[in-house]
Design a protein around this ligand. Structure first.
Ligand code: ATP
Ligand code: MG
Length: 137
């Protein structure tokens, strides 16, 4: 059993897709074991995406991720990290496989609806970035 970290990004929250995305997560066997809504500050967004600092898309990414509320959640299940990355689909929705969250809900590479940790190390870092131990059940 593994845990991963996930975000419903501002575009998806604006489009009232929280419930739809949670349904898809739960339908494929992942469990939500921690969740909250928050509106990222610039500092929180920079810290979260520190690995992308300096890249051409960094500024627009900061603007987007601070543009409205997000849902952050911890997901638990067998191979949760890889499994949830597969459920999300590719970063660019044009290449996302049918049935993936980004195929169905993302507008573009920038406004791509969801985030999921890409490794055990990032999952541990990202969960700790947003949740204290007693906020995850
Ligand atoms: P995330 O980390 O959000 O789950 P990802 O792991 O699929 O997405 P990353 O390479 O980590 O993709 O990029 C982080 C985010 O930065 C992407 O989800 C997207 O919103 C944005 N991004 C990445 N590359 C581009 C790009 N070329 N143009 C616009 N936005 C981009
Ligand atoms: Mg990433």
């Amino acid at each position: 059993i593994q845990r991963t970290f996930s975000i419903v990004k501002p575009d998806a929250v604006r489009k009232n897709l929280i419930g739809a995305i949670y349904s898809r997560i739960e339908a494929c066997g992942l469990s939500v074991v921690g969740a909250k809504m928050l509106h990222l500050t610039r500092e929180q967004a920079e810290g979260f995406y520190a690995e992308h600092e300096g890249k051409v898309f960094f500024e627009p990414l900061m603007e987007f991720m601070t543009s409205g509320p997000i849902m952050v959640q911890v997901l638990e299940g067998e191979n949760a990290i890889t499994f949830y990355r597969e459920l999300m689909g590719t970063t660019n929705p044009e290449n996302a496989a049918a049935g993936t969250l980004r195929c169905d809900y993302a507008e573009s590479m920038r406004f791509n609806a969801v985030h999921g940790s890409d490794s055990e190390e990032s999952a541990a870092r990202e969960i700790a970035y947003f949740f204290t131990e007693n906020e995850v059940c």
